[in-house]
Design a binder for this molecule. Structure first.
Ligand code: ACO
Length: 423
């Protein structure tokens, strides 16, 4: 119930707090008043902390449910496309045909990037990691844009959101072409959003099966409430910084192997496992507390059930590989055998560790022709929609800078010792 009273007894006095009710899922205890009592909450990793309100995405991790603006991810993946999901996340509603056409047109018209960005890209080392290239290009975009915008202006925010959704495929394609040592490409105005991206990457008009597979991957990565990269975008955006800088911060956070970097790590792991007969040895390593190895693509902070996105990609993997004539891919067989063994293993069962979205996405991306070191750039391409939608939502409210506190465990005040007198 909203406003339900709660109390906290500390050092002999009682602090009155209140509960704020969610429309779905966990209610929260509003601890904002605690600071007046000279005490903070302590929650490393934010396991029990809601940092904001949001109406974009809902996850029920126990039931394996993911909703965007109330719509099931299974329906969106089957019936919708990335631009429609972008419209939905930004505005709250599915578009009518004319609304969609206008939105699609404004995105497609904004896909080109300044010529100077191509020079920036060419100046980077040929063997640079594609995420380093993407991060550089997205940050450099700010250097070419007019940054004087009123963040409180809904129309200005929508324009910049469209710009970022439009330009991200071009930037990712540049990163991939640079990695492949191929001439950089430009968007083709007659192609749709996802087909255009693939055409820029592959250098030719892609097959419909490949476009469909990529579309599904983008939709499945569009948003995932307050994950590490989105929280990074919100935190940096809370300073009032420009959205290009905020998105670059998010790309940096996404890169880590505990987050978006896991899709690259899954393929490396499957290649290292090599054969089903080595699975048990890898599962044993994953359970060894003295070994830092983790089963990549397994486990999730919120899902304690099958990640619904992984379930969709698992099925999609079969369809895509079948259409491409590679359904007997040894990699897919190995991934399925690994999943089966892990899901029967007491260690994974007790900890409720299931495949996450990264477990099967890499197999599809590889079949499409994306090199594994570039997988995380595809995650970023999908997630740009969530980043800008969350940034936009944050700016609807009075902006409060995100500024966590700490439990200080360092030394107390002490006298400075001149260098010659130090032991
Ligand atoms: N392999 C082996 N053990 C695991 C794994 C795994 N993949 N994931 C979690 N565990 C174990 C932990 O060691 C811990 O065991 P303990 O209770 O004996 O200490 C227990 O399960 C709980 O795990 P935590 O690390 O506390 O879970 P947390 O929510 O902090 O981490 C994370 C979630 C980072 C996703 C973790 O499961 C992981 O590292 N997985 C592998 C990397 C990965 O796939 N990342 C992608 C995440 S999804 C995304 O960003 C798209």
């Amino acid at each position: 119930m909203n406003g339900e009273a709660a109390s906290l007894r500390i050092r002999g006095s009682e602090i009155e707090l209140c509960v704020r009710a969610a429309t779905l899922g966990q209610d929260v205890l509003d601890v904002g008043k605690l600071v007046a009592s000279d005490v903070f909450t302590f929650d490393p990793g934010f396991v029990s902390t809601a940092a904001c309100t949001s109406a974009l995405t809902y996850i029920d991790g126990d039931a394996g449910i993911l909703l965007h603006r109330g719509y099931r991810i299974e329906d969106l993946a089957a019936e919708s496309n990335q631009l429609e999901v972008a419209y939905l996340l930004l505005t709250g509603e599915l578009p009518t045909a004319s609304e969609f056409e206008a939105f699609r047109h404004s995105v497609l018209a904004a896909q080109a990037v300044p010529a100077g960005l191509y020079d920036v890209c060419r100046a980077l080392p040929a063997d640079a990691h594609p995420m380093a290239v993407l991060n550089t290009l997205s940050a450099a975009l700010a250097a070419f844009e007019d940054l004087a915008m009123d963040m409180a202006d809904e129309t200005a925010r929508r324009e910049v959101a469209i710009k970022l959704i439009a330009k991200m495929p071009t930037l990712v394609a540049m990163a991939l072409r640079h990695q492949a040592g191929k001439p950089l490409t430009e968007p083709e105005p007659n192609l749709d959003y996802t087909a255009n991206f693939l055409a820029m990457v592959l250098g030719n008009t892609p097959d419909a099966v490949v476009v469909d597979a990529m579309e599904r991957i983008l939709v499945l990565h569009a948003d995932h409430e307050q994950n590490a990269s989105t929280s990074t975008v919100r935190l940096s955006g809370s300073t009032g910084t420009n959205p290009y800088a905020a998105v670059s911060a998010g790309i940096g956070a996404l890169w880590g192997p505990s987050h978006g970097g896991a899709n690259e790590a899954v393929l490396a792991m499957l290649e290292e496992v090599g054969d089903a007969e080595h699975i048990d040895a890898f599962l044993a390593r994953a359970q060894d507390p003295d070994d830092p190895f983790k089963l990549m693509g397994f486990g999730h902070r919120i899902y304690k059930n099958y990640d619904p996105r992984a379930a969709i990609l698992r099925a999609s993997c079969h369809e895509v590989l079948e259409s491409l004539g590679t359904v007997n891919s040894p990699l897919l067989r190995l991934a399925q055998a690994l999943e089966k063994r892990a899901l029967e293993d007491d260690y994974f069962v007790r900890r409720k560790l299931f495949p996450n979205v990264d477990f099967y996405s890499g197999i599809i991306l590889r079949a499409i022709g994306i090199p594994s070191s570039a997988f995380t750039t595809i995650f970023a391409l999908g997630r740009i929609v969530g980043w800008v939608a969350q940034w936009n939502e944050m700016h609807r409210e009075t902006l409060k800078i995100g500024r966590p506190r700490q439990l200080y465990l360092g030394p107390g005040p002490r006298a400075f010792v001149a260098m010659p007198d130090r032991a």
